[in-house]
Design a protein. Structure first.
Length: 66
């Protein structure tokens, strides 16, 4: 609780710079999503996915309908 009070005091006094405050960073999600999509497309076109799809999966009782 003491740390929270000190943090608020520093904010009110303007002693904490804006760039280190939460939710104030540049939005990198668009670029990251684009990169993830490119990686997924590369994987989807690879032989690795074909090998994974060939694998047989053991029956799992949790899949049963009651």
């Amino acid at each position: 609780m003491e740390n929270a009070k000190k943090f608020i005091e520093l904010l009110e006094e303007g002693r904490i710079r804006k760039h280190i405050l939460p939710n104030n960073a540049p939005d990198y999600s668009y670029n990251q999503e684009k990169k993830d999509l490119e990686n997924y497309r590369f994987f989807a076109n690879s032989f690795a996915l074909d090998e994974i799809m060939k694998c047989e999966v053991a029956f799992y009782n949790g899949d049963e309908q009651i």
